[in-house]
Write a new protein. Structure first.
Length: 234
């Protein structure tokens, strides 16, 4: 089409060589199907437009590391403009380190709490704004966090908070589910008229799943332990 090809490169560290690998936090939760489904139902019931966005180079936007002894890393061979003897001192948890997802999560969670969001006790990836009025039970919005992707919806007050969040972190494109968007591998579409939502797994089924042909001779009486050949997969 005449457009130049776009390429992407990323400097990744060899994380398993981290000297602190057994002392640092490495785990970071991801949203359950229940969390996503409940959020979609909530948006539909409260008639909120769902939006999905991602944070650009999220790990590099994390707060500074609190390691007592900072990590240093060698640059890849052939890096232009530097002496091969030079090293880089890491100010945060970057790509390749096993600590990077949990460190980014703690960073964004801290900022969400500053905006008045509270982490759900049952779903650690779900956040909702805290109400000052104890008699007000209806939620003003919800955020589902999946590493550097966010599914969010809510009232005008919620949207103002999200604008503040986007001023603190650099986001990529914000997609409306009215036009269809994908979150955590799930294509989600929303009807702008009645706010009903549809989650489709057709793309996953078509691209990842396939039929397995089992010969008729395989039955309970004469079945044997065997691995089906690749050719038997349709």
């Amino acid at each position: 089409d005449g457009e130049p090809d776009l390429t992407k490169s990323r400097w990744c560290l060899i994380g398993f060589e981290d000297p602190d690998i057994f002392q640092i936090e490495c785990s970071s939760p991801t949203p359950s199907s229940r969390a996503v489904n409940c959020a979609v139902q909530q948006a539909s019931s409260q008639k909120y437009e769902m939006k999905i966005g991602d944070v650009r180079t999220a790990f590099l936007q994390s707060r500074k590391t609190n390691r007592p002894i900072p990590l240093a890393a060698r640059l890849p061979p052939g890096t232009l403009g530097v002496d091969p003897r030079q090293i880089v001192v890491l100010e945060t948890e970057v790509y390749g380190l096993v600590s990077r997802p949990s460190w980014w999560r703690s960073t964004v969670t801290e900022e969400l709490q500053k905006l008045g969001y509270v982490k759900n006790a049952c779903e650690p990836c779900a956040f909702s704004p805290f109400h000052q009025d104890p008699d007000k039970l209806e939620s003003e919005g919800t955020i589902i966090l999946e590493i550097d992707d966010l599914l969010e919806f809510g009232s005008e007050a919620h949207q103002e908070r999200m604008a503040s969040l986007r001023s603190w972190f650099q986001f990529g494109k914000l997609k409306s589910c009215f036009q269809g968007a994908t979150f955590a591998g799930r294509p989600i579409s929303q009807d702008p008229k009645d706010f009903s939502c549809t989650i489709s797994m057709k793309e996953y089924v078509d691209s990842k799943l396939c039929d397995v042909r089992i010969p008729k001779t395989e039955n309970c009486k004469n079945a044997t332990c065997r691995n089906f050949a690749v050719e038997s997969v349709l």
